[in-house]
Design a protein around this ligand. Sequence first.
Ligand code: GLV
Length: 331
Amino acid sequence: MSKKVLITRIIPAIANELLTQAGFEVSVWEGTGAMTRAELIERARQADALISLGANKIDTHFFSACGHLDIIAQFAVGYDNIDVDEATKRGIPIGNTPDVLSDATADVAFGLMIVVSRKMFYLHNTIAKGEWKQFEPLKNLGIELYGKTLGIFGMGRIGSVMAQRCKGAYNMKIIYNNRNRNEAAEKRLGAQWVSFDELLQQSDVLSVHSVLSAETRGLFDKNAYAKMKRSAIFINTSRGGVHNEQDLIEALQTQTIWGAGLDVTNPEPMQSTNPLLSMPNVAVLPHIGSATVEARNGMARLAAENIIEFYKSGNVPYCVNPEVLKRSKHE
Ligand code: GLV
């Protein structure tokens, strides 16, 4: 009997095509938003494998109802919506979709850095509101990026691409903080590992590319902003939970730091009344890091391939808990 795969949201067709060609029975949740918890559990109960999205809460409650699943393939590189420890305990591999979205996401971080440094979104809005009257010699001044210091928090795939962009475009000095040293980035980009405090103190632009975990939740708070340069720009394209948004608002209002560019907020969506949206030195985007045709097609392909390969060989090409593969239920 063919295995049943539930895709929890409409994603690029390639996922469905690859799975169908490989003999899987695919069902797709066709609602306009994310499934509710109850809908997810009800539908996942009838499936063998899942392609999940970040909006699906895959926690102990979910696993107690759907512990029968063979594999969960996340349509994202981040997987903070999934209790990976619980999946591992139950021997369920969790796949994700790295690499294919690194260029797209680094572009958003790079773009936000430029947009903030020249107040572009804010100034665009002044024209739209009919407020721009004439060239102003002493107004609307931004800051230049050439030769400045870029601090990367989380020097993984996306952080490395962002660093490469900044080095190539602006000959920026690259410093980084990461749990492990990234020797490839050190060799290729001259990147220098620094402590977290040194990262805060020395960065002209500080760009966050880490995972959201118990260690990183709320890490960029009042204390962190207080250690940064008054001229610093804070960029976050990873997860909104890594920064404390109220503290960020205050740091910008009190000019503790100069500006901020966010593709991720806390919560999402950000409320339209949030003071960040009317600050000149701030740019906010609606979590579009991976939103290119190329990246989303690549993510759909990888999610499908993670499932297909798992049933074929027991291997999951991109697996966040590979230790379960040795003791998979399917061996
Ligand atoms: C998007 O946020 C992702 O984790 O892929």
